[in-house]
Design a protein around this ligand. Structure first.
Ligand SMILES: *[C@@H]1O[C@H](CO)[C@@H](O)[C@H](O)[C@H]1NC(C)=O
Ligand SMILES: *[C@@H]1O[C@H](CO)[C@@H](O)[C@H](O)[C@H]1NC(C)=O
Ligand SMILES: *[C@@H]1O[C@H](CO)[C@@H](O)[C@H](O)[C@H]1NC(C)=O
Ligand SMILES: *[C@@H]1O[C@H](CO)[C@@H](O)[C@H](O)[C@H]1NC(C)=O
Length: 184
């Protein structure tokens, strides 16, 4: 009886870690805007596993629009070359917490900026609430390379969120994406 209660408590505890993620305190969208590079990525979907070694660093620009929508323009290296994509995020009443509609999965997802110091790095969690399967954690840097201690912190956070080590990627830089001369 006693052990059962303990294991239930432990299971609850693991679920709470997932649900209890809070955005960066006093999040400022204005300071967060501008250019970022996705330099780290954790994603544990079995379907994604074969593509892990193909991931490259991608560049993105965050543009807050006057009507409250946030545009994220990403340059991604695909088998078809360097492709520009625009994602639109909606602000919520909680600063640092956004929602967007994923056309790929046909559902609304949450984006939480968990930790950022605006000038160097940002840890961003993407999730469909309470559903592990779709959760991703990304590390963004203001430059294509970030400090080693920032990467260690990111890995520790991803492990604490239940990602196995092999699902935590530090991809190599993308060559010529965005194409030189564009997106600057
Ligand atoms: C805000 O403006 C953008 C660009 O014109 C548009 O795509 C988006 O739907 C608008 N958002 C809202 C909430 O009206
Ligand atoms: C934001 O994204 C919308 C939809 O793709 C686009 O029409 C609009 O021009 C973008 N606005 C800015 C300022 O990037
Ligand atoms: C974002 O806001 C627009 C305009 O209010 C709305 O039509 C759209 O459904 C919202 N999307 C999400 C994912 O909440
Ligand atoms: C942001 O983080 C980097 C890397 O840890 C650090 O070097 C820098 O001083 C920090 N900046 C601020 C404003 O805290």
């Amino acid at each position: 009886m006693r052990t059962t209660a303990v294991s239930v408590a432990m299971v609850m505890c693991v679920m709470m870690i997932q649900a209890d993620v809070k955005p960066q305190k006093d999040f400022s969208l204005q300071k967060f805007a501008g250019k970022w590079y996705r330099v780290g990525f954790a994603y544990d979907s079995p379907g994604f596993a074969p593509y892990r070694d193909k991931v490259k660093v991608s560049m993105g620009i965050i543009t807050p629009l006057p009507n409250g929508t946030v545009n994220l323009t990403m340059w991604e290296l695909t088998p078809f070359g360097c492709v520009t994509q625009i994602y639109q995020y909606n602000k919520t009443s909680v600063p640092g917490h956004f929602t967007y509609f994923s056309t790929r999965h046909n559902m609304v997802k949450d984006i939480t900026v968990v930790d950022t110091n605006y000038t160097d790095y940002a840890v961003v969690l993407k999730h469909k609430v309470f559903n592990r399967e779709y959760t991703q954690v990304a590390l963004y840097g203001r430059s294509p390379r970030v400090r080693h201690d920032v990467i260690q912190k990111f890995k520790a956070f991803a492990l604490s969120q239940g990602f196995p080590r092999e699902a935590i990627l530090i991809p190599p830089p993308a060559e010529n994406c965005p194409l030189s001369g564009s997106g600057r």
